[in-house]
Design a protein around this ligand. Structure first.
Ligand code: SF4
Length: 322
C-alpha cells in the first residue's frame, strides 16, 4: 500500500523523537531530505562535509541518521564519541572515494618519503588510516598552510588539486603532488562549457571539483567564484547580481533558492546518483529499524583499529582554524 508523503513525514518526526535520533543531511540530498526542523520538517542540520562532521562531533543524541554517502557517515562515526551512526542506504558510494585505497597512499608515501599527505574528506575510513591530515573543500587552503615543507601530496581529486594548486602556489609557495581521481558528477560540467560561455549575464558558481578547463574561464574576467559549497552559498548571499550559473550538484540549488528567493539560478542539473540513493521512504525504513533486529542493515560499522587510526587525520583537520 502506498503511504502518502505527509504520513511518511509525520511518522519520521514521531520516530526520531522516540528513538533519540539526530538527522543530518547533505546539501546534495533531494529537496524532500533537506526539510529542516525550522521549516516544520525533521532534518536537524543541512550542511556541507565540514559542517556535518562538526555537527556529528557535537550532537548529544544517542543515534545519528546520516543522509549522504558512505564516506560521510564513516566520518561521522570517527568523530562522534561512541554514538550509533545509520544511513537510509549504507551502500551509497562515491566515485572519488573509490578511486584510492590505503595501499595506494602507502605507495605514494614510499615514492615521496617525508612529504605530508593531505587527503580530501571524500575518502573511505580505511584510506584515511594512511593520511596525515584530512581537508574539506572549505578548509583545504588553511589545512595546507598548517603543514611543514614546500610539497604536499594531495589525494584523491585531480581536478580539485589542479584548481587548488594555483591558489596554494600563489599564497603559500607550495607544490601539490596529485592523484588521478575525480568526481563523476563535477567532471560532467566540461560538456557544458559552450553553454557557460554563452551565459554572459550570469555570475559563475564553480565548485573546486570541476575540471580546470572550466575554472580557467575566471582568468578571462568572468565574475563569480571557484570554491567550496559553503563558499558558493556565502558568495551568492553577498553578491548584488541577480542571475547565477551553478556548476555543482543540482540539489545545491535547493539551499541557494531558499536563502535567495529573489535570485535566479541556471544549471544543467547534474545529479549525483549515489546521493540520490537516499529517499524519504528509505529514511523512514531506517528509523523504523533502529533499536530492533533489522537495524544492522542500516548501521555503519568499522573495525576498532581502523577507527583509532582513521580518526587522527580528521581530528587534526578539525583543530585547524579557518
Ligand atoms: S558528488 Fe561526486 S564527490 Fe560527491 S558523492 Fe557524488 S560522486 Fe562523490
Amino acid at each position: 500500500m502506498m503511504i502518502e508523503k505527509e504520513e511518511i513525514v509525520s511518522r519520521i518526526k514521531r520516530l526520531k523523537q522516540e528513538k533519540d535520533v539526530v538527522i543530518l543531511s547533505h546539501y546534495y540530498m533531494p529537496a524532500e531530505l533537506q526539510f529542516e526542523l525550522a521549516d516544520g520538517g525533521f532534518v536537524d542540520f543541512v550542511g556541507d562535509s565540514l559542517g556535518l562532521s562538526v555537527q556529528a562531533s557535537n550532537t548529544h543524541a544517542r543515534n545519528i541518521l546520516f543522509c549522504g554517502v558512505r564516506f560521510m557517515a564513516e566520518t561521522a562515526l570517527l568523530v562522534n564519541n561512541g554514538k550509533n551512526v545509520f544511513m537510509p542506504n549504507p551502500s551509497a558510494g562515491c566515485s572519488l572515494a573509490s578511486s584510492i585505497s590505503a595501499a595506494d597512499v602507502r605507495a605514494l608515501k614510499e615514492q615521496y618519503p617525508g612529504v605530508p599527505v593531505m587527503g580530501y574528506i571524500n575518502t573511505y575510513a580505511e584510506t584515511k588510516t594512511e593520511l596525515d591530515i584530512c581537508c574539506t573543500s572549505r578548509n583545504a587552503i588553511a589545512v595546507a598552510a598548517s603543514l611543514e615543507g614546500d610539497r604536499i601530496i594531495f589525494v584523491p581529486d585531480l581536478y580539485m588539486g589542479e584548481n587548488l594548486q594555483k591558489v596554494i602556489k600563489k599564497e603559500l609557495g607550495k607544490d601539490l603532488i596529485l592523484w588521478n581521481g575525480s568526481c563523476e558528477v563535477h567532471e560532467q560540467f566540461r560538456n557544458f562549457l559552450p553553454q557557460m560561455a554563452a551565459e554572459n549575464n550570469a555570475e559563475m558558481l564553480f565548485h573546486w571539483e570541476v575540471p580546470e578547463e572550466i575554472t580557467n574561464m575566471m582568468d578571462d574576467g568572468r565574475k563569480g567564484i571557484v570554491g567550496s559549497t559553503g563558499d558558493i552559498l556565502k558568495y551568492v548571499k553577498e553578491s548584488n547580481a541577480s542571475r547565477f550559473y551553478l556548476a555543482s550538484e543540482c540539489d545545491l540549488s535547493v539551499a541557494l533558492k531558499k536563502e535567495n528567493a529573489d535570485k535566479e539560478f541556471i544549471t544543467p542539473c547534474v545529479k549525483c546518483p549515489y546521493m540520490k540513493q537516499n529517499t524519504l521512504l528509505k529514511l523512514l525504513e531506517a528509523l523504523e529499524a533502529i533499536g530492533g533486529e533489522a537495524e544492522a542493515a542500516y548501521r555503519i560499522d568499522l573495525d576498532a583499529d581502523i577507527i583509532a587510526k582513521a580518526k587522527l587525520p580528521v581530528e587534526r583537520m578539525l583543530a585547524v582554524k579557518i
